[in-house]
Design a protein around this ligand. Structure first.
Ligand SMILES: [Zn+2]
Ligand SMILES: [Zn+2]
Length: 323
């Protein structure tokens, strides 16, 4: 034990933090394990095997982002809906109090995710034990590992021998199917549908094809979604400066850009954007092809003034060199 640097060791037990990350938020594994052990007497499933299983899962905690595995009384669930069939049958529900999360400001565990959507899956006693300790392919984990489901805890269906595994909601709110990327809550078929249903045509097939191609490449990492923006969507167009060749304008985009937020596709309306006019309209395809390969272009899309037929590139931000 070193006492030279007391920022890298726990004030309570004196043990060294396991990582800089733990030290930053004063998360001490030994102390957390002690807290969990001391709390063992404050809950019970009334079944020794289940209690042991929960205790064992709790003590697997290794990082501050790990789930605190819990015994969750059934009356904590609300709005329970059955989905799926046969062995895939599960229930969607709301967990009133929600899980314990480590509050990085207070340096303690709190429940801030009230009414959290979760999934319930029924097991009998023997199967639930197997699910955790015999099955080699881990289906559930308290930690983030690949596509393994993050698990919150165990509950019991009232007046039965049936237990319930409570895990993260993995079902797309739109189509009800399992997310193609569970961790990012991203549904690829729903993305494709969204852009199909919301496709705005430019009247130029080449342009539409490029835009469509760019939209198919959008994934959960994309912060900007490229599209055709009808000219009548732009208002309050004002000159803001010049770059080496062009005059740059700002405008308000009425409907605003598409974005994926809180598991749904929406638009951020009345977005202020920057416009750059392409006075040589033959260049539009060349420009779009260049943008297609540049994911850092920060461009929302392209528009066209129907009177002048001049194409307009629409940027999120455009650095204007004033002259
Ligand atoms: Zn400690
Ligand atoms: Zn979906």
């Amino acid at each position: 034990m070193s006492s030279q640097d007391d920022d890298d060791q726990c004030k309570k037990c004196g043990e060294k933090y396991m990582s800089e990350y733990d030290a930053m938020y004063k998360w001490c594994k030994s102390c957390q394990i002690n807290n969990l052990k001391q709390n063992f007497t404050n809950w019970t499933s009334e079944n020794e095997k289940i209690d042991n299983l929960i205790q064992e899962m709790q003590l697997e905690i290794n990082e501050l982002d790990d789930m605190i595995f819990e015994w969750i009384p059934y009356d904590q669930f609300d709005d329970i809906k059955e989905i799926g069939e046969g062995s895939d049958k599960v229930h969607l529900a709301i967990w009133k109090d929600g899980p314990l999360d480590y509050d990085k400001n207070k340096n303690e565990y709190t429940r801030k995710q009230q009414n959290k959507k979760i999934v319930l899956k029924l097991y009998n006693l023997r199967n639930i034990i197997n699910e955790f300790f015999i099955d080699q392919d881990k289906k559930y984990s308290i930690t983030y590992i690949g596509e393994v489901l993050r698990i919150h805890g165990i509950s019991q269906y009232p007046n039965t021998e049936d237990y319930i595994i409570v895990f993260q909601d993995i079902y797309c709110v739109k189509c009800g199917k399992i997310y193609t990327n569970i961790i990012k809550e991203w549904c690829e078929p729903c993305k494709i549908n969204y852009f199909k249903e919301n496709l705005i045509r430019s009247g130029n097939e080449n342009i539409d094809n490029i835009i469509h191609e760019m939209q198919l490449k959008i994934d959960y990492k994309s912060d900007i979604i490229f599209e055709w923006i009808p000219y009548n969507q732009l208002s309050d167009i004002q000159e803001i400066g010049k770059d080496d060749f062009d005059i740059i304008y700002s405008a308000t985009w009425k409907n605003g850009p598409s974005c994926y937020n809180d598991r749904e596709w929406t638009r951020k309306s009345n977005k202020v954007v920057t416009l750059k006019y392409l006075y040589n309209s033959q260049n539009v395809i060349k420009h779009l092809n260049m943008i297609k390969f540049n994911k850092y272009s920060k461009m929302y899309g392209v528009s066209q003034n129907p009177d002048t037929e001049i194409y307009i590139l629409i940027f999120q931000i455009y650095i204007v060199k004033m002259r």
